[in-house]
Design a protein around this ligand. Structure first.
Ligand code: NDP
Length: 284
């Protein structure tokens, strides 16, 4: 068993809710396997107190945190230094607390998204056609920026609150279009992929009513939500015969650069997907 010592490096994940997060499982399994004197813990600051929570970490008592729903935008606004990919995403899923008090923001969601697409939809070409992205929160911003950078000719952002989709489109420029969720029948035409980056479906709450049957048969369907692994959205896609990509693969792949940042080395070879599937109650 790993021992907590006076030199233990502390990192974690902050979100609200955070209890569903599998990040502690993944990072602690890597720490165990690598024999690193570190620990990774969940934090659930009050919704309106995230800024105070982060201010309290300034100075490096905690090495860094991943940031999840709904704090990614405010996390970015609190940083003193911002990586290009966090800047482009206008959202941060990693904050690092330097000993001199500096807070550095990064965004690894795009790395996770692209890595998951490559692993579970081999041969999928980002540049081959328009991609529909559902949601305009922190995760969607990171995804949209990564897709544009990777060469997507058009990203159609569909969101319940149109103004938020317009803000993302405005920040990312020409190839990104904003539509209300109700415009899905039109927006799904001719897409190469549909990606759910809304929190609908999280722990089975309020599912998304998306007309996936209007997508081309070759379209890839991805859901960032990973609990349950086969969300109603992915189940609908599978029933239609579409190729699917799950949120667990993205979670694991975005965790790799976070781990490297917090603990200073690449995660060890370990089948964390199998571990996570065990916790989710899914077979392999
Ligand atoms: P935010 O709270 O920033 O954004 C939530 C988004 O979901 C908004 O666009 C919101 O629309 C939309 N939404 C919420 N409920 C509904 C609903 N019932 N119907 C339609 N739209 C809805 O969250 P994040 O962007 O940080 O995260 C979004 C999801 O992605 C979460 O489930 C998160 O767990 C998951 N995620 C997974 C990752 C992974 O690695 N697998 C990485 C990052 C995120 P509106 O603007 O109208 O409120």
């Amino acid at each position: 068993m790993r021992r907590i010592t006076g030199a233990t490096i502390v990192a974690g994940v902050a979100g609200s809710p955070v209890t569903h997060s599998l990040s502690p499982l993944i990072h602690n399994a890597w720490l165990d396997a690598a024999g690193i004197d570190g620990v990774y813990v969940p934090f659930q600051p009050a919704g309106d107190r995230f800024d105070r929570f982060v201010e309290g970490l300034r100075g490096g008592a905690v090495r860094g945190i991943n940031v999840t729903i709904p704090f990614k935008e405010v996390a970015l606004s609190m940083a003193d230094e911002v990586s290009k990919r966090a800047h482009d995403a206008a959202a941060a899923n990693v904050l690092v607390f330097e000993p001199d008090g500096t807070i550095v923001a990064d965004n690894t969601d795009g790395v996770g998204l692209l890595g998951a697409m490559k692993a579970q939809a081999p041969g999928f070409e980002i540049a081959a056609g328009p991609i529909a992205l559902l949601g305009a929160g922190g995760a969607a911003r990171g995804a949209a920026a990564a897709l544009v950078t990777a060469g997507a000719p058009e990203v159609r952002i569909l969101n319940r609150t149109l103004a938020k989709a317009e803000a993302v489109a405005g920040a990312l420029g020409g190839g990104v279009k904003a539509c209300p969720l109700s415009a899905a029948p039109e927006a799904f035409k001719g897409v190469t992929a549909v990606i759910n980056a809304t929190s609908a479906g999280l722990s089975g709450e309020g599912t998304l009513d998306a007309p996936l049957e209007l997508t081309p048969e070759t379209a890839v369907v991805m859901d960032m939500v990973y609990k349950p692994l086969l969300t109603p959205f992915l189940k609908q896609a599978q029933d239609l015969g579409r190729r699917t990509v799950d949120g667990l693969e993205m979670l694991i792949r975005q965790a790799v650069p976070s781990f490297e940042t917090f603990y200073g080395r690449t995660p060890p070879e370990l089948d964390v997907r199998a571990l996570a599937l065990g916790v989710l109650g899914e077979g392999r």
